[in-house]
Design a protein around this ligand. Structure first.
Ligand code: AMP
Length: 402
């Protein structure tokens, strides 16, 4: 199984975004924008020889239980990725860890394995894993289940968009692992269905994104409820003052591990498509999709309404598409993503929020049917193409001046 170690966004410039009221953040409604010069959407991919990372450890060097070693083999993970290589020994020594690594680096297993090992070693161990989006929480849940096969953990996923009743039932059965998004975790705490006082392993994934999304208060109040004696894992693609102050408040002499990043967009050809009016825009998209160049594309548009409109229009034109946005139920989002992953459809229309954390390996094109609100979103969008060291393409629709 080939695996390209890459980390995104570390070192990428960050644009400041105002703090919005929480309720708005969950939707893909309009946000304050930034003018982005269209020239920033044009670049030639630099096809570099992948620098081969030689890990210091093999998985068998780590003090991981035989069950975990077996699960790693079953998953086809042969060698630790850089973040795993460096973060796992520190975590297994019981220290708090700050992992600076983006999606696609293997960061999930970097915290999942030490957490699982702790669950095996101590029957008092309990873990709470917090992620900014439902999709990411779901991916973590899947990875934990794969890597933790045979480990008694009774894990529960608590995210929005799915019925709360089932979650209540699962929470009553005393789970040792809770994975969720900040809003829903807070809901359960408020209802008294989740008490965190005995949770002594705390993972915050994509901390920077979580704080950008305005979850700071939720995250803080969740952390305040966890056990006083705990081990914490902070994973973030970037480090800024907000992330730092959260870690200072809740970390206990954490050890930092940073994965050197090449620029997020280095292996993505970037170009613009000029259009004058709405019908020309649609025809250009149609031409592009039938050009034979696009094998699998994610098309970004701005609002839930526009995403649905575009999805219907493309379906009517005979394309195989699915749509994903915050207005859909979790089940619908999951099914849409699965058909895209399994190539039942080759076009996914999405809003920014819904696309966060999506890990689909073979996307040939990212099409920005609308210009992203802020440059950071652009970088995030185009990072969906060109994964696993392949060259990807990003095309941004830009309205002709005048
Ligand atoms: P993540 O950054 O955790 O989302 O992982 C990115 C992708 O790499 C996922 O598809 C993982 O299944 C895969 N992966 C993680 N660690 C390894 C490894 N050591 N060897 C091979 N694949 C891996």
């Amino acid at each position: 199984m080939s695996y390209a170690y890459r980390s995104k966004r570390a070192g990428a410039s960050r644009s400041r975004r105002p703090n919005f009221p929480r309720n708005n953040q969950r939707k893909s409604g309009p946000r304050f924008g930034q003018y982005i010069d269209p020239s920033r959407f044009v670049a030639t991919a630099v096809v570099k020889e992948e620098e081969k990372y030689v890990p210091t450890n093999t998985f068998t060097d780590f003090a991981l239980d035989a069950v975990l070693q077996r699960n790693l083999s079953a998953k086809g993970y042969q060698l630790p990725s850089p973040i795993q290589d460096q973060a796992i020994p520190i975590s297994l020594a019981g220290k708090d860890v700050i992992g600076l690594a983006g999606t696609g680096t293997g960061k999930t297993a970097a915290f999942a394995l030490p957490v699982l090992q702790a669950l095996i070693t101590s029957q008092h161990a309990k873990a709470i894993i917090i992620a900014p989006t439902r999709e990411l929480a779901q991916q973590i849940d899947e990875e934990m289940r794969d890597l933790g096969r045979g480990v008694p953990m009774n894990s529960v996923l608590i995210i929005g968009g799915t019925g709360i009743g089932q979650q209540l039932g699962k929470l009553r059965s005393n789970p040792r692992v809770v994975i969720g998004t900040p809003g829903r975790i807070k809901d359960h705490m408020r209802r008294g269905s989740l008490r965190l006082a005995n949770f002594n392993l705390v993972v915050l994934d994509e901390v920077d994104r979580m704080l950008d999304m305005g979850f700071i208060n939720d995250v803080q109040s969740i952390l305040e409820e966890t056990a006083a004696q705990k081990q914490s894992f902070f994973f973030s693609a970037t480090m800024d003052a907000k992330v730092q102050s959260l870690i200072e408040k809740f970390g206990n002499e954490p050890v930092s591990v940073s994965i050197k990043a090449s620029s997020a967009s280095e292996n993505v050809h970037q170009d613009v498509v000029h259009y004058s009016g709405t019908s020309e825009k649609m025809e250009s998209l149609h031409d592009l999709l039938i050009s034979g160049k696009v094998s699998k594309a994610i098309v970004f548009d701005e609002t839930q309404r526009n995403v649905e409109k575009l999805h219907k229009e493309l379906l009517a034109r005979g394309f195989k598409t699915e749509s994903i946005h915050g207005g859909k139920t979790q089940g619908q989002r999951k099914r849409a993503l699965a058909s895209f992953k399994e190539n039942k459809v080759n076009i996914l229309i999405a809003t920014d929020v819904a696309a966060r954390g999506i890990d689909v390996a073979d996307i040939s094109h990212v099409i920005n049917y609308s210009v992203p609100k802020v440059y950071e979103d652009y970088i995030h969008r185009i990072g969906r193409a060109g994964r696993a060291g392949k060259v990807g393409h990003a095309l941004t629709f830009v309205k002709k001046e005048g």
